[in-house]
Design a binder for this molecule. Structure first.
Ligand SMILES: Cc1cc2nc3c(=O)[nH]c(=O)nc-3n(C[C@H](O)[C@H](O)[C@H](O)COP(=O)(O)OP(=O)(O)OC[C@H]3O[C@@H](n4cnc5c(N)ncnc54)[C@H](O)[C@@H]3O)c2cc1C
Length: 336
């Protein structure tokens, strides 16, 4: 059981900044995210896009903003459970919630902050009949740790940046023993530079580039041993492999959050703007996941919501303690 003061579900920009604001009040946080990396939409959808409406930054890349938020949170030593979706919140007593992930990891705290953004990012899966039988047995939809593929044969499918980047990375760093890239079309959607690199690696015989083709079947005894590839004109053939990695992107869905007894409106959690509390006392919702009159889905607004929510959380955890607002400029962060 992981114990903390505030369990934050969602390690997007809003969840990360809330760690900082909670830290100023000496409240410890533990973040849970279904993705393998922190950063939410900023890291997953647009890490290289500049943002222009973060106060004090005329321009900042979304990925750099996340790096900075991680640095800002660091002095308060947040815990992380990454790559695991929170599937349930149970109130076990007046002052204790238990949040459990799909992998069974349990977290206990008096406060839960839901910073789940657009929800869980679910992988877009190819229509291969027995795909589910091989999930985590050689079929993976995200690459969490490239070293996992050391010395393995990999068939990657997809035509976007993710598929191209990982095919290049696993090949150029001599990680996988063999990399095949299967794509339905002849042209790719990724960056021109990545497309060129793949073409060069294919010409050098380092990547098997199989275009105008799709993976249509998987074979193997308890784990992936081969895939069946159907080529547009040449028909079907079987390719021996250890892993099949379809990288067709991720789509967001509110997921388990919708089943937690919270008041939901327009696919978002209704909150009281006094402190961004939900209809369940002790549970707050901040950032893109919440809704209220005049709500704007902006990072800046989420920062404000998290800041007010932790003030309210402090009063719940320490009903007898007076919280005096201090400026970070007076004592620095370490003075808190
Ligand atoms: C292309 C694009 C451009 C944008 N540009 C701007 C801009 O210029 N300025 C601006 O202010 N905003 C912009 N936005 C919006 C901004 O990205 C969002 O407002 C912001 O990401 C919201 O942050 P968040 O932390 O609330 O949620 P998110 O960033 O969505 O993070 C939520 C996290 O919660 C996780 N999660 C959800 N459910 C669970 C669960 N059950 N268990 C575990 N984890 C869970 C998700 O995996 C995700 O990592 C843009 C958005 C897009 C898509």
């Amino acid at each position: 059981m992981i114990e903390t003061d505030i369990i934050i579900i969602g390690a997007g920009p809003v969840g990360l900044f809330t760690v900082f604001e909670a830290g100023l009040l000496k409240l410890r946080c533990h973040l849970i995210d279904s993705l393998g990396e922190p950063g939410g939409q900023c890291s997953e959808i647009y890490p290289k896009k500049p943002i222009y409406d973060i106060p004090g930054f005329p321009e900042v890349l979304a990925g750099d903003l996340i790096d900075n938020l991680m640095k800002q949170a660091e002095p308060f030593k947040p815990g992380f459970t990454l790559g695991e979706a929170a599937v349930s919140i149970d109130k076990v007593s007046e002052n204790e919630f238990i949040v459990t992930t799909a992998k069974g990891t349990k977290h206990s705290a008096p406060i839960v902050m839901i910073a789940g953004g657009l929800g869980v990012f679910e992988p877009r899966k190819p229509p291969v009949e027995n795909l589910a039988d091989y999930e985590d047995k050689g079929v993976e939809y995200v690459i969490k740790d490239p070293e996992f593929y050391q010395g393995k044969r990999c068939v990657i499918a997809g035509g976007g940046d993710s598929a191209l980047d990982w095919a290049i990375y696993l090949t150029k760093n001599n990680i996988a023993s063999e990399v095949s890239l299967v794509h339905r079309r002849n042209s790719f959607r990724g960056h021109l530079d990545s497309v060129q690199q793949i073409m060069d690696l294919a010409d050098e015989g380092k990547v098997n580039l199989i275009t105008e083709a799709e993976v249509v079947g998987i074979g193997g005894n308890g784990k992936v041993e081969n895939v069946t590839i159907k080529h547009k004109t040449q028909g079907e053939f079987v390719k021996e492999t250890d892993h099949f990695i379809p990288l067709f992107g991720l789509k967001p869905s509110l997921g388990p959050i919708a089943d937690w007894g919270l008041e939901i409106e327009k696919n978002a959690i209704k909150v009281d703007t006094l402190d961004y509390s939900t209809n369940i006392p002790g549970v707050y919702a901040i950032g893109d996941v919440n809704t209220y009159p005049n709500k704007l889905k902006l990072i800046l607004c989420g920062f404000h919501e998290g800041t007010l929510a932790v003030q309210s959380a402090f009063a719940r955890i320490h009903p007898d303690k007076k919280n005096v607002l201090k400026y970070t400029t007076v004592n620095g962060v370490t003075g808190f």
